[in-house]
Design a protein around this ligand. Sequence first.
Ligand SMILES: Cc1cc2nc3c(=O)[nH]c(=O)nc-3n(C[C@H](O)[C@H](O)[C@H](O)COP(=O)(O)OP(=O)(O)OC[C@H]3O[C@@H](n4cnc5c(N)ncnc54)[C@H](O)[C@@H]3O)c2cc1C
Length: 506
Amino acid sequence: MPPQNFVILGGGISGLTAAWYLARNAPSSTKITLLEASNRFGGWIQSTRVGEEWILFEQGPRTLRPSGLGAYIILDMAAKLNLIGFIHAVGKYEPAAKNRYLYYPDRLIQLPGGSLLSGLKSIVQNKFILSSLHSVIREPFIKPLKNLDDESIHDFISRRFNSTLADTLMSALVHGIYAGDAKKLSIKSTFKQIFDMEQIYGSVIKGTINSRKLSTLSQKDQNWLNLLCEENKDLFAFMSTTSLYSFANGIEQLVHAIVNDLKVRENVTIKMSHNVKELKFDKEIEIYTNDGTFRADHIISTIPSHELACLLPELPYLTYNPSVTVAVVNIAYGRQNLLPVKGFGYLIPHITPNNPYHVLGVVFDSDAMPHQDYKKDKYTKLTVMMGGHYYNDLSGNDYPNKDELLSQAVETIEKQLGVYSTPLQCMAKVHRKCIPQYYVGHYSRMKELHYAIKKKYGKRLSVGGASYFGVSINDCVTNSARLALDLLRNNDEKVIVTGLERVEGN
Ligand SMILES: Cc1cc2nc3c(=O)[nH]c(=O)nc-3n(C[C@H](O)[C@H](O)[C@H](O)COP(=O)(O)OP(=O)(O)OC[C@H]3O[C@@H](n4cnc5c(N)ncnc54)[C@H](O)[C@@H]3O)c2cc1C
């Protein structure tokens, strides 16, 4: 029989999605309680309006991708939460969709993939793109390493293509997604599809050509996707013409809508300012917080794994991966069109010289999400992201303070984009330990964790959240929704659902 009394730890998007999926699919007699330590819900998702102009600043995630199972789950949630009218989407042919840049070695380079002409121009003008092109042509003829257990992203790309591609494009991409070091992160846990292409087709290029055949979805997920498509035909048809989206008031609008929906359900209790400090697995599970004790027959933990390690120190590998700290500086200038180019923004690979402030990348928010401000076409808005793995040796008070971060960001924008103007509004924050880093071997370690949870906690504990299988919001939502449904549909006494089932494959 499925659990009757769930307690969910953590009120970020993973915990909220788990609660919402349970609430919609469990019998009304099932009790669902969500406990969040801080005084707000949403975790790293934080959309704030500032100043008299109410300019929207995203301090965490700012855009969502409308492709893949995760996207369809979120859009279906948005439809059920009456958010469709608030979706702000960027079409596939707008500059923010087409134009992405690298800053290397001392200028912006447009990446191929926009128009044919701009693609050819950037190949001809940039030696490193030309040498990467050679390596792409050679790649199908390089012998595959069959039965490879895992490898760093840098080693994999250097082996299959060349080290230039690993040091430039790939390093930049890893800065953009993980704020991490491509020499340490696992190819299998970060870019599984690319890893699988070598294993299945013997080559990434051959795998890409055959990618339509290489389904990343299990039959169960495919059926789920088909059902979502059936229910949301018009919405999904429209979204297939777009490349990015958010909501009128930022990503946090999704969080508010989920929270408001959960608040009116009789069998659901959601509590902020409830820091879970101890778990006791007795006949029932007792959950001790700073503000009271709760009871459950099943716990879903969506808090970062290093936090769960404080509660369940006997579980293996919860603290193996570090999480990086990222400084986010939002800046709005009071004039539009100040930037030399239009596009989504640029990333900076680790080999770019003269990067004293450890800038990972800059997002051109006024191009990427142009219609979220009330006075449209009045501002140039940017976000500068700094730190990540470069901050690994810092702790305590070592991080730059707000004034230092702001002047570092302004100086970067002057030097790299030639924008010399005084910001109208700005905001700077250091997000400590905000993005988990899946180091090489992560998959095997999660396998051990999966079996350890089964053995020690049986049907009473499962885990979700960014620490395990994917940091993007699409991944977090997919994993939590799938976990909730798997728990509710499990009527087999012998089957234990931990949230880490995918490691049972290869
Ligand atoms: C700067 C930045 C930019 C990003 N940009 C993007 C983007 O553009 N697109 C995208 O898809 N993704 C992006 N991401 C990634 C994405 O935002 C996160 O991976 C995702 O929000 C994580 O959600 P979560 O619920 O798993 O974890 P969290 O958001 O970390 O939530 C966990 C919650 O648990 C709570 N908690 C911790 N310990 C306890 C305890 N003991 N008791 C109770 N509660 C506890 C925390 O307070 C927190 O609210 C970005 C992340 C960052 C930091």
